[in-house]
Design a protein around this ligand. Structure first.
Ligand code: TYD
Ligand code: MG
Length: 445
């Protein structure tokens, strides 16, 4: 029976129709021939202990190595996704430059830019090594045929810009269609495995933040990294969403400068201005970004309003969460919010998803409403329940250690946290059961 495949979305059907029932594109259904690029089945039966794990190869960028779990793995393929202009090509070209300087022959395959454009960027980044080779073109088979000899690392920029030119293959169509993306990725994976060299694929992302192309793409590769940042800020975050060779909770932070990306060592410093003045409405917390603790300054402003529906605005914590915390504060701790417009902001543009910032948000809110500054040099760590109880947070000891490193001398945490020998010795730790106890301990009520 002939199957028909949509060249836009990869939908497969046995009836040929003019319009694809899945994506609605017209004239895209074509007969599916057996793929000449279908992966050959690999047969390997060995004892696990007899196999020595391959040594990692450093990309020359410490943050990138950390996020990948200790460096690139020979034969492993990394997919790097991110919005246009975020710096994917810059990051990879810098890595290629470092590796080339360390003596690895590197091939940078660009399907999007001309060799002049890539060379211009390379000179801007100060890359001079002869070991960095460029291939500019969109034919993936031609490009991969150059991955030979002593090439020790290659980059494909991007998976959506490359295509298989052979008209006999089922993956005809524009570059970037799911069938093309799948075939290109499979060819790259096969090449990396066969040559036992690491490779990085760049992937574009769609408006809703997913990597464009088939979902399958993320299953095919070994590591999925996302590179992100806010439009107004020069900081870029590198996170791992999947890692067959390590954890996924590391965070790499870079700053985009005139001469490329530079690693940011003191990540907490990003969101904290270390001001000494004591004002009402400010409380510090230590949020976790993966396993990286980041200090966050929760600021609240309460302004009296004559209107019957006061305004609630929140940036950095979900608005619904903020409204819920305001209601808990009023009902369980007796701090009346009714006649005030409330504005909450986490300084520096950090968005905190875990509930550990609840206590700091409540303290900052109460401090703003009562116009009394909370204790200086302190941090608040706790989730606040609807009954006004203060609950423990995850990895409290690593948060406390980060607070100590930054010179914070006091922490207000849940009474249900179990003492641990790894907690900082010189920090004053106040344990509280409820929100009202926390407000008393913070010098507000
Ligand atoms: P780029 O790496 O081309 O992004 P992507 O590949 O993710 O689309 O980065 C482009 C942006 O980075 C561009 O707006 C200019 C800026 N940039 C710098 O600020 N400094 C630099 O040294 C380089 C190379 C780029
Ligand atoms: Mg690019």
């Amino acid at each position: 029976m002939t199957r028909y495949i949509c060249s836009e979305c990869g939908f497969s059907t046995v009836t040929k129709t003019g319009k694809c029932p899945s994506c609605g594109a017209w004239g895209t259904l074509g007969p599916h021939a057996e793929a000449s690029h279908a992966p050959k089945s690999r047969v390997e039966v060995v004892s696990a202990v007899s196999v020595t794990p391959p040594a990692r190869i450093s990309s020359g960028i410490k943050e990138l190595d950390r996020v990948t779990g200790g460096g690139l793995v020979p034969g492993g393929v990394v997919l790097l996704g991110g919005q246009p202009g975020i710096g994917k090509s810059t990051l990879l070209l810098q890595a290629c430059g470092f590796m080339a300087e360390a003596g690895v022959s590197v091939l940078y395959i660009s399907g999007e830019e001309s060799s002049a454009q890539v060379a211009l960027r390379a000179s801007r980044l100060g890359i001079k090594s002869e070991n960095l080779l460029l291939f500019c073109g969109s034919d993936i088979e031609d490009a991969l045929s150059r991955v030979a000899g002593d090439i020790g690392f290659f980059v494909i920029d991007s998976v959506q810009a490359m295509r298989v030119q052979n008209p006999d293959t089922p993956s005809e169509g524009w570059p970037g269609t799911p069938a093309q993306v799948r075939t290109v990725a499979q060819l790259v994976i096969d090449k990396a495995r066969a040559m036992s060299v690491p490779a990085v694929l760049v992937g574009h992302i769609t408006k809703d933040g997913k990597i464009a192309g088939p979902m399958l793409l993320e299953h095919m590769v070994d590591v999925v990294l996302s590179f992100s940042g806010e439009g107004y800020s020069s900081y870029r975050m590198l996170r791992s969403a999947k890692n067959r060779y390590g954890g996924t909770d590391e965070l790499g932070v870079f700053e985009m400068k005139e001469d490329g990306l530079q690693a940011v060592e003191d990540k907490s410093g990003l969101y904290w201005n270390r001001s000494d003045s004591v004002v009402s409405g400010v409380a510090m917390t230590i949020a976790l970004e993966g396993s990286t603790p980041l200090v966050a300054e929760v600021q609240t402003l309460a302004a009296p309003t004559p209107f019957p529906y006061p305004k609630r605005t929140s940036r950095g914590i979900e608005l619904n969460r903020f409204q819920l915390l305001a209601a808990v504060l009023e009902k369980r701790a007796g701090v009346v919010c009714g006649a005030y417009d409330l504005y909450l902001n986490i300084a520096g543009g950090l968005f905190i998803q875990d509930p550990s910032a609840d206590l700091a948000a409540c303290v900052s809110l109460a401090s703003a409403l009562l116009d009394r500054p909370a204790l200086a040099n302190s941090c608040w760590l706790g989730e606040v329940g609807l009954a006004g109880e203060v609950r423990p947070v995850t990895r409290v000891s690593s948060r406390l250690r980060e607070a100590e490193r930054l010179g914070i001398t006091r922490a207000i945490i849940s009474a249900r946290e179990k003492n641990d020998s790894s907690w900082p010795k010189n920090m004053e730790i106040k344990k509280v059961n409820s929100l009202s106890e926390a407000l008393k301990a913070s010098g507000i009520c």
